[in-house]
Design a binder for this molecule. Structure first.
Ligand code: NAD
Length: 451
């Protein structure tokens, strides 16, 4: 059994049975049968059902948001956005079912066309940090492209995924097309990766587990999308609007209590404005409202678990120079907003993913030094560049090795723009106009006109 705790109170919210390998076998067999019929349905019918699923999610956004608050400790505002994101993804992917076009390529003596065939049954393994959106990032386009999905949510956060599977049935999606199997990673997750009936795995989680998944998938040359860790830079040049950069910097790493693969936890500041930036940053960090996730004024809630709290604590060196915010005392997995200064560039918390409300500030000299520092990690997921110089913004955007950059803002994720990582942050892209093609194989067919 999996025990789901409310991270803000440590109270037990639910216990959920954990799937074993035999449950995975049965789910994959059911999914395969459902997928055959689904792939044969008219694209317009698939689109209509997915739009209906979106409408049912829309009618339940408040319920889903409250469930996310209880099982993941997210602030209510974030959780509402997350439920809305699931709806929007389903709507957007639905339109893709009708537009999954192949190509017609000129040839002599016939006609050559490409057809985007569905893969079959897709296994989705999701993390606990954004349980709902990340489940939907893969599920919505996979279904739209004619696949079935078996989703394994994280051990700590199975409830919203289970509810989404019920809502899919309520919307009229065929039985077994979208199944949710809560379970432990090394058991149910591994069984999905190794199952010969699973055509592709979409894994979102740590780089360590992602590496393991990739190795296990290699035996069957199984298709993979990997969305892994990050250690993203927030680069502030001296010619930027330094006030705006300092005001925006706290929530760029504190959102979701820092449990965000895109968190800008390496704040790189040009030396000539370093002191001014810190003087502006300190009151902004200290003013962050940390507390009850259900209070609409709250900006940051707890960490997901005691294990995560211990991990975050372990990254903060004893006696380090720091700007600190406040956090509640008592039950719950609370850690205050923390910005570390005066550390060497290669300190563990400056190069490894902490996955908590902890950032480091490091000075740099010039543009070349900023780019060197920004690229000084094996990750490459996202990052921000603050400057008023358009040429510098473009040069730096081209030079930083990361999949998702923003200039004078911290936005990373829109369901209609592509998302994914360079280097050890992952493999492949999700979201955006090409999301469905990641769930297809391209088949080329030549029809002779000579016979
Ligand atoms: P994790 O790697 O511990 O777990 C992720 C999922 O993998 C869970 O469902 C878990 O049960 C499962 N799992 C664990 N061992 C497995 C195994 N041997 N075989 C198959 N599945 C297994 O990660 P986490 O702590 O839940 O999530 C946090 C991580 O996710 C962070 O590193 C974060 O950066 C990353 N993340 C990345 C993105 C992105 O889009 N790049 C988005 C969100 C989170």
């Amino acid at each position: 059994m999996l025990q789901v705790l409310n991270p803000a109170t440590e109270e037990v919210v639910a216990t959920v049975p954990a799937a074993g390998p035999e449950d995975v076998d049965a789910a994959v067999a059911r999914a395969a049968a459902a997928q055959t019929a689904w792939a044969a349905a008219a694209p317009a019918d698939r689109a209509r059902l997915l739009r209906r699923f979106a409408a049912v999610v829309d009618a339940h956004t408040e319920e889903l948001a409250l469930l996310e608050v209880r099982e993941a400790g997210h602030t209510l505002g974030n959780a509402r956005w997350e439920a809305g994101n699931v709806r929007d993804l389903l709507d957007y992917a639905a339109g893709g079912a009708e537009r999954l076009n192949g190509r017609q390529i000129p040839v002599r003596g016939g006609l050559d066309v490409t057809i985007l065939e569905p893969l079959g049954v897709v296994g989705v393994i999701a993390p606990w940090n954004f349980p709902m959106p990340i489940a939907a990032w893969a599920t919505a386009p996979a279904l739209a492209a004619g696949n079935a999905v078996v989703l394994k949510p994280a051990e700590t956060t199975p409830l919203t995924a289970l509810r989404l599977a019920e809502l899919a049935l309520e919307a009229g999606l065929p039985d077994h097309l979208f199944q949710v199997l809560p379970g432990e990673g090394p058991v149910a997750g591994n069984a999905l990766v190794e199952h010969p009936g699973i055509a592709k795995i979409v894994f979102t989680g740590s780089t360590r587990t992602g590496r393991h998944v990739m190795a296990r998938a290699a035996d069957q040359v199984k298709r993979l999308t990997l969305e892994l860790g990050g250690k993203s830079p927030n680069i502030v040049f001296a010619d930027a609007d330094v006030e705006a950069a300092a005001a925006a910097a706290p929530m760029a790493f504190l959102d979701n209590s820092g449990q965000d693969c895109c968190a800008r936890t390496r704040i790189l500041v040009q030396r000539s404005v370093y002191d001014r930036f810190l003087a502006l940053l300190a009151p902004a960090v200290e003013a962050t409202v940390v507390g009850d996730p259900l209070d609409e004024r709250t900006q940051m809630g707890p960490l997901i678990s005691r294990a995560q709290l211990d991990r975050v604590r372990g990254y903060v060196p004893e006696g380090a120079e720091a700007i600190r915010g406040k956090a509640p005392e008592g039950p719950g997995f609370w850690y205050p907003p923390t910005v570390l200064t005066g550390l060497p560039e290669d300190a563990p918390c400056a190069v490894e993913e902490v996955f908590g409300p902890v950032a480091v500030v490091l000075p740099f000299e010039d543009e070349a030094d900023a780019i060197r520092l920004a690229n000084a990690t094996p990750y490459g997921l996202s990052g921000s560049i603050w400057t008023r110089d358009v040429g510098r913004a473009l040069r730096t955007s081209r030079a930083v090795r990361a999949g998702n950059l923003s200039v004078n803002s911290h936005s990373s994720v829109r369901y209609w723009t592509p998302f994914g990582g360079f280097g050890r942050s992952g493999l492949g892209r999700e979201l955006g106009p090409d999301a469905l093609t990641a769930f297809t194989e391209t088949k080329n067919v030549f029809l002779s006109t000579e016979a």
